[in-house]
Design a protein around this ligand. Structure first.
Ligand code: 2PG
Ligand code: MG
Length: 437
């Protein structure tokens, strides 16, 4: 079934910034997708096309990307008469229409919106759910489906919050739950106890939330954050069943080959900046003291040698986000140089579903795990819930248990788990090996 109409418009993301929504019409109906946007974006990501006109939307308008869908991509797709079930053909057509290596002409935000709509239209044509269709596209086993462990980002710092905390995300993972539904209950209880503790220890405003819905108290160190999180876990009686993850997102505090944990302070003293080896020592101390099972972006996006030196010395999950940017050349290098053991997969870092499938399979083939991720500027579109089940990844992060842009994904996973019943298993402690379960 080919496409009869393509239409894009400007809508708004969870930070109130403009973003691209695309609608595609086929004989089966109208299908829609909205594109998310990062704040701590890696410099090697595909280009999110912004107008740059400071007098409108502070330069963040997406009218060029919207018009690229309406006047270039849409007409070309309709003319091509490609069937919506030909995801690869359609994605390749858009990549060649763009003609650049980083999608800077048409914009990854324009291309991704269309790519995701096409998948929804194809699933409808086949009369199957989106996650099942994605599993077919990715050539993933479906028997049983794997429901991921949610890594809830319950405490926000770095570029996602005010306050002086340098590290960006402190996540809780209910690996000891029996089901996704139970993981949600456990996560919700810990999150609410954490909020109470934050207010008690740092005053009423400490319960205010950051960009990803986690509490954002004005604390200085990772230890302050982790002490409070562990206390909340223990109050709920979930010691051993709820573990912890961190995304340092240090590309924003990497300066002159060193790491400045005081980067929000304008007059930060360079003599306190940490060398890569000192930062490693700091991570070891955290790993020793807290129930950490996952460290994302321990080092900056181009500090390759520090990544590989560090990986040799730890046995937790090490996730590459800014390092790899869901880009196959960078993933290949990270695999070759043994920099990490898990890929963070973000659709808009690369800009098409086809390339995202290739990235996931590239990681799996190397024995890596894959975590599916939202962006800190999100929308009500729950696409990644279907994506994580279709890809059989075993783990997802979509922010905290607050704000509907985050809950849209978690709630969709609750529905999927219920719908699948005995035909799915919760990844639990085996979250890293979802594709092998
Ligand atoms: C990250 C993400 C998502 P952003 O660093 O992993 O949590 O943040 O979308 O701002 O890049
Ligand atoms: Mg990250």
């Amino acid at each position: 079934m080919s496409i009869t109409k393509v239409h894009a418009r400007t809508v708004y993301d969870s930070r109130g910034n403009p973003t691209v929504e695309v609608e595609i019409t086929t004989e089966n109906g109208l299908f829609r997708a909205i594109v998310p946007s990062g704040a701590s974006t890696g410099i090697h990501e595909a280009v999110e096309l912004r107008d740059g006109n400071k007098s409108e939307w502070m330069g963040k308008g997406v009218t060029k990307a919207v018009s690229n869908v309406n006047s270039i991509i849409g007409p070309a797709l309709i003319k091509s008469e490609l069937c919506v079930t030909n995801q690869k053909g359609i994605d390749e057509l858009m990549i060649s229409l763009d003609g650049t290596s980083n999608k800077s002409r048409l914009g990854a935000n324009a291309i991704l919106g269309v790519s995701l709509c096409v998948a929804r239209a194809a699933a409808a044509q086949k009369g199957i759910t989106l996650y099942k269709y994605i599993a077919e596209l990715a050539d993933a086993r479906q028997d049983p489906f794997v429901i991921p462990v949610p890594f809830f980002n319950v405490l926000n710092g770095g570029a996602h919050a005010g306050g002086s905390l340098a590290m960006q995300e402190f996540k809780i993972a209910p690996v000891g739950a029996q089901s996704f539904a139970e993981a949600m209950r456990m996560g919700s209880e810990v999150y609410h106890h954490l909020k109470i503790l934050a207010k008690e220890q740092y005053g009423p405003s400490a319960g205010n939330v950051g960009d990803e819905g986690g509490v954002a108290p004005d604390i200085d160190t990772a230890e302050d954050a982790l002490d409070m999180i562990v206390e909340a876990i223990n109050i709920c009686g979930y010691e051993g069943r709820v573990k912890v993850g961190i995304d340092s997102a240090p590309s924003v505090f990497y300066k002159d080959g060193k790491y400045d944990l005081n980067f929000k302070e304008p007059n930060s003293d360079p003599s306190h900046w940490l060398s890569p080896a000192q930062l490693a020592e700091y991570y070891y101390s955290l790993l020793k003291k807290y129930p950490i099972i996952s460290l994302e972006d321990p080092y900056a996006e181009d500090d390759w040698s520090s990544w590989s030196a560090f990986l040799k010395t730890v046995n937790v999950q090490i996730i590459a986000d800014d390092l790899t940017c869901t880009n196959k050349t960078r993933i290949a290098r990270a695999i070759e140089e043994k920099c990490a053991n898990t890929l963070l997969l973000k659709l808009n870092q690369i800009g098409t579903l086809t390339e995202s499938i290739e990235a996931a399979n590239q990681a799996f083939d190397a024995g890596w795990g894959v975590m599916i991720s939202h962006r800190s500027g999100e929308t009500e579109d729950p696409f990644i819930a279907d994506l994580v089940v279709g890809f059989r990844c075993g783990q997802i992060k979509s922010g905290a248990l607050s704000r509907s842009e985050s809950l849209a994904k978690y709630n969709e996973l609750l529905r999927i788990e219920e719908e699948l019943g005995d035909d799915c298993i919760y990844a639990g402690h085996r979250f890293h090996d979802g594709n092998k379960l």
